[in-house]
Design a protein around this ligand. Structure first.
Ligand code: NAD
Length: 368
């Protein structure tokens, strides 16, 4: 049966970068037997303009039915005054919530050709390849009670609650173990069990799960503050890191910046398997809609292309096809092609479509 991909390209540079991915999907259909059917739909500001909401119920249903969802980016200054409930970002949040995407995967990969663009020394980041698995739907961003209250003494108090139930820890830790198994076989679980009970429970549950059929993965533990330091000091020591929502938010941004530009960073969010074993998943670049360069053909499509490589690997289990696409990107960069955001002296500056052309050419050459 054909594989169904729902594409919601969104706003700003979203449709420009996603256009290159659609060409790559066509190439895989024709040359690698992918057999994927693409349906396009609206999410974000474009959906608000058409329907008065950031995502429609019908689109949510299509996302639930699809084998995988690809999202470009949503938002832009023209919707800044719009009510929060129907703002572009609300569409993205609803997709994440309704698809129950509890595990956010953010790889930090440093292509050798871009090692000099990192804020760290070349030898620390060249060949870097780590994966951060962040819990996405629980913890302090969602815990109750929350709010700001007035105190009798005239002061005010801001409250958020860090709370994790065992099932939330176990399901994201399971993704961490599975991910480590597909990669270098090592998992670093990160919390602050020295000062937080929720961190202690996290550690205990991860250790328990390790003993329940995950002994083939080497499990280690690290405190979140130390992890932040180690990511900057010696990032190549890590393979897969699994951590909660708050620490994951911060640590994944640190890891991301080790590799240079926003235009290079892919991500995936995975949910639980449904009754038929299908894991819901959404793939998207980390960057936003870049209104400052939208419509000019300047955007770097590589983050979105690498998100599609993740889709091939994690939703369709097509590891060799994913490797091929990543290799094609690496080749194009090694050949000296750069979009403006990653431009360096002596390199050739190209636009969005030319970068897509170059990746397609590299795919053809590498698979010949
Ligand atoms: P942004 O990521 O859109 O842009 C930040 C800077 O990076 C800009 O200078 C932009 O030109 C550059 N940039 C980003 N992606 C690039 C690419 N692929 N190629 C070349 N340069 C790139 O972040 P922002 O400016 O803070 O936000 C703009 C809009 O995007 C806002 O409305 C924001 O809410 C939204 N946003 C959406 C998402 C999402 O859809 N997941 C994420 C972040 C921000």
């Amino acid at each position: 049966m054909s594989k169904q991909i729902l594409i919601v390209a969104g706003d700003g540079i979203g449709p420009e970068v996603m256009g290159q991915v659609e060409r790559i999907i066509d190439w895989y259909n024709t040359n690698r037997g992918l057999d994927a059917v693409v349906e396009n739909d609206l999410v974000g500001g474009c959906c608000y303009e058409a329907h008065g909401v950031a995502v429609t119920d019908a689109t949510i249903q299509k996302a639930l039915d699809a084998d995988a969802v690809m999202l470009g980016a949503v938002g832009g200054p023209q919707w800044d005054g719009v009510d929060f409930a129907v703002r572009p970002e609300a569409g993205l949040l609803r997709l994440r919530k309704d698809l129950e995407l509890f595990a956010n995967l953010r790889p930090a990969m440093c292509f050798p050709a871009l090692a000099d663009a990192s804020s760290l020394k070349r030898e620390l980041v060249e060949g870097l390849d780590i994966m951060i698995v962040r819990e996405l739907t629980g913890g302090v961003y969602f815990g109750e009670p929350r709010g700001i209250e007035d105190l009798p003494n005239g002061e005010r108090r801001g409250i958020n609650t860090q709370v994790y139930d065992t099932y939330e820890i176990r399901r994201v830790a399971k993704v961490g173990f599975d991910m480590a198994r597909k990669r270098g076989g090592r998992l670093m679980s990160v919390e602050k069990c020295n000062v937080m009970e929720s961190g202690l429970l996290w550690k205990e549950e991860v250790i328990k799960l390790h003993g329940e059929g995950n002994g083939d993965v080497k499990l280690e533990h690290m405190l979140a503050d130390n992890c932040a330091m180690q990511l900057v000091k010696n990032p190549k020591q890590f393979d897969v890191i699994v951590t909660d929502n708050l620490f994951g938010d911060i640590l994944s941004d640190i890891a991301a910046m080790l590799t240079g530009s926003l235009g290079m960073l892919p991500s995936a969010s995975l949910g639980a398997p449904d009754a038929n074993g299908k894991v819901r998943a959404m793939y998207e670049p980390v960057h936003g809609s870049a209104p400052d360069i939208a419509g000019q053909g300047l955007a770097n499509p590589i983050a979105t292309i690498l998100s599609f490589a993740m889709l091939l690997r994690y939703s369709f289990d097509l590891g060799a096809d994913a490797d091929l696409l990543e290799k094609a990107v690496e080749t194009v960069l090694a050949d000296g092609l750069r979009t403006g955001d990653i431009m360096q002296d002596g390199m050739k500056q190209v636009g969005t479509v030319e970068m897509g052309d170059a990746v397609l050419t590299a795919l053809k050459t590498l698979s010949a």
